[in-house]
Design a protein around this ligand. Structure first.
Ligand code: SF4
Length: 110
């Protein structure tokens, strides 16, 4: 792969009302938890919400991510954990990104 590796995080639009994303960024900046395999050159190039149920922005944004050279999308921990609003659409959101050719990683900071 040429140049820096670029990754993105998609997160829950509902949880984003009360979460500024600091846990995700702290984990990424420290290369911890689900980001531990990335080297220092890896760039968090996009951080966005799904746009609300049922993940209405994800298809359109997948195309933009490709143009930006991003190859990996993390599903945020808030989309996957039981003590947050359980996402009933996570499987289709995952498939949207997989079908668009991204590597999909489950989780961010948990
Ligand atoms: S689709 Fe899932 S991740 Fe998106 S707002 Fe709804 S519950 Fe949250």
């Amino acid at each position: 792969m040429e140049g820096k590796r670029k990754i993105a995080v998609v997160r829950c639009d509902i949880t984003a009302e009360a979460c500024p994303g600091t846990g995700c960024f702290k984990a990424f900046n420290g290369r911890k938890v689900k980001f531990s395999d990335y080297d220092d050159d890896t760039e968090m190039a996009a951080f966005f919400t799904c746009g609300g149920c049922p993940g209405r922005r994800t298809y359109r944004l997948a195309k933009s991510l490709k143009k930006s050279g991003i190859d990996t999308v993390h599903l945020s921990s808030c989309m996957l954990m039981e003590n947050y609003p359980e996402c009933p659409h996570v499987d289709s959101i995952r498939k949207t990104f997989e079908d668009a050719g991204f590597e999909v990683v489950e989780g961010t900071h948990h």
